[in-house]
Design a protein around this ligand. Sequence first.
Ligand SMILES: [Mn+2]
Length: 423
Amino acid sequence: MVLDKKHIENHNSDELAAHTRRLAHTRSEVNHTDAIIEKLKAFQVAIPSWALGTGGTRFGRFPGGGEPGNIEQKLEDIGLLHALNRSSGAVSLHIPWDIPSDYTALKKLAAHLGLAFDAMNSNTFQDQAGQAHSYKFGSLQHMDRNVRKQAIAHNIEVIRHGEALGSQSLTVWLADGSCFPGQLNFRKAYENTLESLKEIYAALPAHWKLFLEYKAFEPNFYSTTVGDWGQSYSYVNKLGEKAYTLVDLGHHLPNANIEQIVSILLMEGKLGGFHFNDSKYGDDDLTTGSVKPYQLFLIFNELVEGMDARGMNPTRDLGWMIDASHNVKDPLEDLLQSVEALMIAYAQALSVDTRALKAAQAENDVVMAQEILQHAFRTDVRPLVAEARLQSAGALNPLKLFRSLEVRKKLTAERGFQQASGL
Ligand SMILES: [Mn+2]
């Protein structure tokens, strides 16, 4: 389904008077609003190809209608999101769930929809039909060199697919670890993993990056071989300058100070990118900003400060992606909410009075430091996010327009009740 520009224009003219009132108020409260709006306009978040179908848990899945049945339909769905919010201009593909059959045609479709190919994702956490060796006891860490070779070859194949599409990075997330004490020799698992990663790293094209994602637990429940940011940092430091750590917000132990992790990784020049989601208990894959919006703001506050300190370009120098799953929501509505939450957190962070904060820190004025951050968090910056969309020809209220156009009903009429491919 392709969105008619007229729909957006009509929606915006209906919403304009109220938006203009709200924007004037925000401009009276926040400094440098035009500079903030420009940064918001440039910010793009990649949508993973697996987030477009209804998610599930190991207990079951409750699919909705109109899910995309192939990679082209997945791109069309992201194109629809991007037309609405102008901030979802990239797709992150998963191999083997989304193996392209015709690179040229897919690149043409992506260009038509205004989408870039973000990081490619490999999969050695499950066995595929016809696979010679099983990943039941790990992939890059495996005791058997033949299993490791198979997993390395898969990652290199993913790089080749990505090269053909114009992607420039590979995200490696390993389920490797152990479920019981004694099952694994930690040092040997580390050494095998490092050796395997080195072979994958050697196959990276010159301008590519390798992102190594960590996760504290699950599917292994005793140890994970890339279990936290320190372990990822240890690997990527040994691999070289093209290797970076990737932070998935849901992959920490409860109450971890993620904003501090982000700050240190940025300082070390080893923060590669993000998988955004939210959680209450573990890797819940909830909508970004739905449970802990203040934490999201604090993360963006460190990002803005750290990227500025290193002279980084927020849109080019880090990989931004959503990694969430949606069991009880329309996936497209959920993604609109996630992107909106990211834009709001970014706008809040950009509105922090950094000079006053530095002064408060220098004087150990703890109360004022907290006041400055919370003032930015509590100021309604949503009109700035909406204005960025308006200036980029997106919709002032994407979710409202999505509902009024009955997009899901039309997609269901078009595609039926098929299950999203690859899930
Ligand atoms: Mn992830």
